[in-house]
Design a protein around this ligand. Structure first.
Ligand code: EPU
Length: 336
């Protein structure tokens, strides 16, 4: 294990907020993590485990220990005619894993190309895009309990996955650290083209195959979403709200062009980006913060913004959406 005091967290949050942590500890195996969790510095301080911080917003310096995984391995566990099972270390960059899968012609994660962050965080957040959620390919999740340092394996159903949600964000929040994830990918070419216009966009680029799906999705994302290396951001700032059919019908009367997706017989999901754009926020700037001009769901740090300034902008947006549509937007980003 490696301990640094007064560590800058700038490399560990894609919003580019310049804060510090009292301690920063990195571990390179599940056994090493056990030692970290049993150490005095961890026992005597508040701790937070981070990936690459693509879903975090630091509001101030962190008074405690930030823990980060350095488990970078990908191991083939087994395979049969149809599937391959891969164990991926929690700090493997998500998109490096997607690239590796696509290069090997294994399908299942190609629609999740270019999502920022590390694999461990992907399993906490149940990342999703273009009709696919990561839970569809997760077989199990290996973790260590923070309090006891005991190992535990969670089967997929035990993770209680939902839209951008899992047990690790609810009952077990702050209780386990994920060290690796076992994925089950398809060796046969199985494509998910349920997202509107994806099939058309892929075919415009060439043949229907994994490499071309990845290339197309990268192009779509790059055209809408800012690169965090250039402009600080955390992808979608809010979740897409799920509302009652009753509210949905009354809104559709007033806004017949409102995009929407059916969730169940009782509920409908509305794109938060559309709601925010309708409130006139798209492309607006307040000081060093702003709403991205090509996707209103993304809040950006133009440089030097504090976490509090971003929260201030987020609250103003939430207020306008509430006033105009009667809908409460919930942040997808975690405030720390
Ligand atoms: N829209 C607008 N204005 C905007 C943005 C979107 O009117 O500024 C409309 C679009 O025209 C479209 C609808 O909203 O009709 C949906 O837009 P889009 O397909 O871009 O997706 P999204 O719902 O805004 C979600 C995810 C993204 C994911 C995309 C693609 C959430 C919170 N966000 O965004 O995930 O990439 O779908 O599947 O579910 C992320 O989580 O960080 C993220 C980027």
């Amino acid at each position: 294990m490696k301990i640094t005091q007064h560590a800058s967290l700038l490399p560990y949050n894609t919003f580019g907020i310049d804060v510090k942590a009292d301690y920063f500890i990195e571990y390179n195996s599940a056994d090493d993590l056990q030692n970290v969790l049993l150490s005095d510095v961890v026992k005597n301080n508040k701790i937070l485990h981070v990936g690459s911080g693509s879903n975090l917003l630091f509001l101030k310096d962190y008074e405690g220990v930030i823990i980060h995984s350095a488990i970078h391995t990908i191991n083939k566990l087994k395979e049969d005619d149809k599937n391959i099972y891969l164990e991926v270390g929690s700090s493997v960059l998500w998109d490096d894993f997607v690239e590796y899968a696509v290069e090997n012609s294994w399908s299942g994660v190609e629609n999740l190309s270019l999502i920022p962050g590390e694999t461990g965080a992907a399993a906490v957040q149940n990342i999703g895009a273009y009709g696919v959620e990561v839970q569809e390919v997760i077989e199990k999740v290996n973790a260590v309990e923070i309090e006891t340092a005991n190992f535990r394996t969670f089967k997929n159903h035990e993770c209680k996955y939902g839209y951008r949600d899992s047990i690790f964000k609810n009952e077990l929040k702050g209780k386990y650290i994920i060290t690796s994830i076992v994925f089950k990918l398809e060796k046969l070419q199985v494509f998910n083209l349920t997202y509107q216009q994806l099939e058309e966009a892929v075919l415009k680029n060439g043949e229907m195959n994994l490499k071309n799906i990845r290339k197309t999705i990268i192009a779509i994302r790059e055209s809408k979403l800012p690169d965090p290396k250039i402009i600080g951001n955390a992808g979608s700032f809010f979740m897409n709200p799920v509302i009652s059919k009753q509210l949905f019908r009354s809104l559709l009367n007033v806004y017949p062009q409102m995009p929407h997706y059916c969730v169940s017989e009782q509920e409908e999901k509305i794109p938060a980006g559309w709601l925010i754009e309708q409130c006139g926020w798209k492309g607006k700037r307040i000081g060093n913060t702003g709403v991205h001009a090509k996707q209103a769901l993304v809040l950006v740090n133009y440089g030097g913004a504090s976490g509090a300034e971003i929260v201030h902008l987020a609250e103003k947006i939430q207020q306008s959406v509430k006033e105009k549509f009667g809908i409460e937007l919930k942040p997808e980003v975690n405030y720390i």
